[in-house]
Design a protein around this ligand. Structure first.
Ligand SMILES: NC(=O)c1ccc[n+]([C@@H]2O[C@H](COP(=O)([O-])OP(=O)(O)OC[C@H]3O[C@@H](n4cnc5c(N)ncnc54)[C@H](O)[C@@H]3O)[C@@H](O)[C@H]2O)c1
Ligand SMILES: [Zn+2]
Ligand SMILES: [Zn+2]
Length: 287
């Protein structure tokens, strides 16, 4: 298969021909139909996050189940051959204390955080046999991938693959921050700083939660247009002077925001998310 390989953080990504082994116990092979580009891919590409390569990069993908490893029960898991799945980059181990108590999202032993499959290895190899590891345990920027069955989430028939792919990272992150982490009550006033895949998903989550006002902030005008399409009630173009941006945001939230969401990951905008709050407000540091 062809795959986008990052030898080490900070080096250029190269398209390589790799060999993909058959799935082992508890694993499935997925033919990738769509893969997103999340900034968490760019952080490693740009050398900002140290991670042990070489990797097949990408952790936001969707595709079709094309092979089941031993021990995968198609009927119980919904992973029939041909099933469209979204890939989750935090495959629970199903064995640690958190998993056994039913809180799989707090799994303390996911291979994903080590960029390996559950057994600590990878199914992707170079022709000389040397291993190439799956970024976040799923390595989606490839024609196919082998992942733990718990990382393959069946999607309803007819879901467009590119939409399913985004559910794998930015949508779960942004919508989850609003409805699970912050539990934003209906009528709340919400500010979203940064409108990439994550921030735009925060906007969609705030719409789902029934927020009364949603002020979307970015330094790129086209992002403000996208946020409006998705339900932002007001937008602010962030300029060079943060005090001016603060003033514009405050002028659009009558008694100050109830919630601010930071979806960039910069110290300056994290401070801004906290500074914009009136007493009792909540800042959610998503990025
Ligand atoms: N917590 C998680 O599980 C999780 C999941 C996904 C992404 N992330 C992180 O979230 C962050 C956002 O990811 P993304 O893929 O949406 O990124 P992105 O690059 O697509 O979006 C970032 C947005 O912020 C805007 N921006 C940058 N600097 C700004 C500034 N000073 N003021 C206003 N706007 C500014 C950019 O124009 C862009 O629209 C990244 O750091 C990523 O690593 C975290
Ligand atoms: Zn991501
Ligand atoms: Zn676990």
């Amino acid at each position: 298969m062809r795959a986008a390989v990052l030898e080490q953080p900070g080096e250029p990504v190269a398209i390589e021909e790799l060999i993909l082994d058959e799935p082992k116990h508890g694993e499935v092979r997925v033919r990738i139909l769509a893969s997103g580009v999340c900034h968490s891919d760019l952080h490693v590409r740009d050398g900002e996050w140290p991670r042990p390569g070489p990797f097949v990069i990408g952790h936001e993908g969707a595709g079709i189940v094309e092979a089941l490893g031993p021990g995968v029960d198609a009927a119980a898991s919904g992973l029939n051959l041909g099933q469209l799945v979204a890939l989750s980059w935090y495959a629970p181990c199903h064995a640690c204390a958190a998993c056994r108590s039913g809180r799989e999202w707090l799994c303390s032993d996911s291979g994903s955080s080590r960029h390996r499959l559950t057994d600590g290895t990878t199914r992707a190899h170079r022709p000389n046999g040397s291993p190439v590891y799956p970024y976040c345990g799923i390595g989606t920027m490839a024609e196919a991938t082998v992942v733990p069955a718990s990382a393959a989430i069946p999607m309803p028939d007819g879901t467009p693959p590119d939409v399913a792919a985004l559910i794998g990272c930015c949508v779960s992150t942004g919508v989850g921050a609003v409805i699970k982490t912050a539990r934003v009550p209906p009528g709340s006033s919400v500010v979203v700083i940064g409108l990439g895949g994550v921030g735009l998903s925060v906007v969609m989550g705030a719409v789902l939660a029934g927020a009364g006002s949603i002020v979307a902030v970015d330094r790129v005008p086209a992002k403000l247009d996208l946020a409006r399409e998705l339900g932002a009630t007001a937008t602010v173009l962030a300029g060079a002077d943060p005090e001016v941006t603060d003033g514009e945001v405050r002028s659009k939230t009558s008694s100050g925001p109830d919630f601010t969401f930071e979806a960039i990951g910069l110290a300056a905008t994290i401070e801004q998310a906290i500074r914009l709050l009136p007493p009792g407000g909540t800042a959610v540091l998503v990025a």
